[in-house]
Design a protein around this ligand. Structure first.
Ligand SMILES: [Zn+2]
Length: 177
């Protein structure tokens, strides 16, 4: 038996914490970890408004996010390249669930952006991609498949607001014209 429509509705975060009897405990867990050599350089690049990739000296693949070793050739990679940031939408999904797992009235569109890595070995850019929010794309364009292949560019936060994380890019938005 399948249930087509579950009874009730999703609770909003504020509603959940207002429930009587609910233990309001927020663990103060703090973590610290090292992003590693390649990822650290990538994150510093974001703070400067640059998308950095690393190129394999053997096969020419450009990796974004960068890695220390080429997974095909098993060699260390040290040649850094700055990508233009433009790319095309490879996959997209209309999400009604927020990062806090709340149901949203207005959906957010997220997807994988295949980044341009011009001048490098053909096919290499298949390893240059980021999962991010997509702005200025209509849900119906995702549902119809029109969004796939659309040209996009990063919308950067102002330099003073950047922290060296992936959210230094607000979203990817269509390239005008
Ligand atoms: Zn390689």
């Amino acid at each position: 038996m399948t249930v087509d429509k579950l009874p009730g509705r999703y609770l909003k975060r504020a509603e959940m914490y207002s429930l009587p009897g609910l233990v309001r405990y927020k663990p103060q867990a703090k973590y610290r970890f090292s992003a590693g050599i390649a990822q650290s350089k990538f994150l510093k690049g974001l703070k400067e408004g640059k998308i950095l990739g690393v190129k394999c000296p053997v096969c020419g693949r450009v990796y974004v996010p960068p890695r220390a070793f080429c997974e095909y050739c098993h060699v260390p990679m040290n040649e850094w390249v700055e990508l233009p940031g433009t790319g095309e939408i490879h996959t997209a999904v209309v999400s009604y669930i927020s990062t806090f797992r709340e149901r949203m009235e207005e959906p957010e569109i997220v997807g994988v952006i295949k980044l341009d890595a011009p001048g490098y070995t053909e096919g290499s850019y298949e390893f240059a991609g980021l999962f991010h929010r997509l702005c200025g794309i209509k849900p119906e364009d995702v549902m119809s498949g029109k969004a796939i292949g659309m040209r996009v560019k990063p919308r950067w936060k102002p330099p003073e607001e950047r922290k060296g994380d992936i959210n230094d890019i607000e979203c990817f938005e269509p390239v005008e014209g």
